[in-house]
Design a protein around this ligand. Structure first.
Ligand code: GTQ
Length: 373
């Protein structure tokens, strides 16, 4: 079975298997002149048997990245750079600035008193706060204070600006955007706010106060937009939710104690293209391998562990970031026998599901494959 594009001929009945001949080569030349081609010369390449990820599994260690990210503080200002971000480059996807699949990720750093100009774009964005105090973001006039491990949305089409309060410390957060996807779809617009800054139109952290109480929603509230009205998911209640769930549930064999960040108005994903999840592995816990149609960017939010991705082991600890490309087997383990570990992830599953493309498959006990959905 051909899973790479290096040979276009296959002997399986039903697949293209046409040898070259002088007549055929001349014919292909003529088709090319006409702006056309023979499907059988490319069919096996453009219709692989299964997803063929071009992104490599990768890990970026925070110990290495952090120092490089902090150096940018002295080298460029947010005014010069627009945003002071170091992006994560997957070697085969440099041309589209993807960390994995069609997802972009970067580490943004800001010093106390700095603020990046307000802008909006067709790409959806999310942030996961890595370190520092005093960070804030303003999304369409909803200003939010941001702390360690908080998860925040800047949905497509919303004006947003980020900064750090005068009395804060240097802050670093991970950005996740669907820029490569939006560009692949040739659908991207970008605007700078006419005043470079936007007004604060609501009480600070108002979206959390309105929409952030579990199991409750404001009576009669009308929410028609296609993204979550809750824009910030704070770490403390998130971790508490994992602990409560872990107390009553054995955990998924593939993802342990696994919860999705959701739109409280719908129960669905937080944005149309990208979703985010948090999972906990209890002391000594390890999961079974499975693979999914979808691309994942993980950040270790707490503790330490390892993942086996496509047969290779990657050890990670707090703040390390790693990626799992589509249809790639992966399993996770907690390396501690006493502490839990938590993995934040964002992914393109909402896009995959909306398009009817999602699948998952477990790695079978005997090396075979067991479909599980
Ligand atoms: O703040 O919206 O890392 O537009 C890259 C592009 C962040 C943002 C990035 C962006 C943003």
């Amino acid at each position: 079975m051909n899973t790479r594009f290096d040979s276009y001929r296959e002997t399986t009945p039903g697949r293209a298997n046409v040898g070259d001949s002088p007549d055929l080569l001349a014919y292909y030349g003529r088709l090319s002149e006409l702006g056309a081609g023979a499907l059988w010369t490319v069919a096996n390449k453009i219709e692989p048997w299964q997803p063929v990820p071009h992104s490599a599994p990768m890990i970026w260690r925070y110990l290495d990245l952090r120092e490089a990210v902090l150096r940018a503080l002295k080298l460029v200002s947010p005014e010069e750079a627009g945003r002071r971000v170091i992006y994560l480059a997957n070697p085969n996807r440099q041309d589209v600035a993807a960390a994995v699949g069609w997802l972009y990720s970067g580490l943004q750093v800001m010093a106390p008193g700095e603020c990046a100009s307000s802008h909006r774009h067709s790409a959806s964005a999310l942030r996961f706060i890595m370190e520092g105090s005093g960070a804030f973001t303003n999304v369409d006039g909803h200003k939010m204070t941001l702390g360690r491990n908080d998860f925040v949305l800047t949905p497509n089409g919303t004006w947003h600006e980020h900064g750090v309060a005068e009395n804060g410390t240097n802050c670093i957060w991970q950005d996740g955007l669907d820029i490569p996807l939006v560009n692949a779809l040739e659908a991207g617009f970008y605007e700078v706010h006419p005043d470079l800054r936007q007004a604060i139109s609501y009480p600070i952290d108002e979206s959390s106060s309105m929409w952030g109480s579990p199991g409750l929603r404001p009576a009669g509230a009308d929410w028609q937009r296609r993204y979550s009205p809750l824009l910030k998911y704070e770490w403390e209640p998130t971790y508490e939710a994992l602990c409560r769930y872990a107390a009553v549930y054995d955990g998924s064999p593939f993802d342990a104690i696994h919860m999705d960040y959701v739109n409280p108005a719908t129960g669905g994903p937080v944005m149309t293209t990208m979703g985010a999840s948090i999972q906990m592995l209890r002391p000594g816990e390890r999961t079974r391998a499975h693979r999914e149609v979808g691309n994942f960017v993980y950040q270790c939010a707490k503790g330490s562990g390892w993942s086996i991705i496509n047969g290779q082991r990657y050890d990670w600890s707090e703040r390390d970031i790693f990626v799992v490309p589509s249809w790639t087997y992966h399993e996770h383990g907690n390396s501690s026998q006493t502490e839990d570990t938590c993995l934040f992830s964002f992914h393109d599953l909402p896009a995959m599901r909306a398009l009817g493309l999602y699948r998952q498959e477990a790695l079978g006990e005997n090396g075979g494959h067991q479909p599980i959905t």
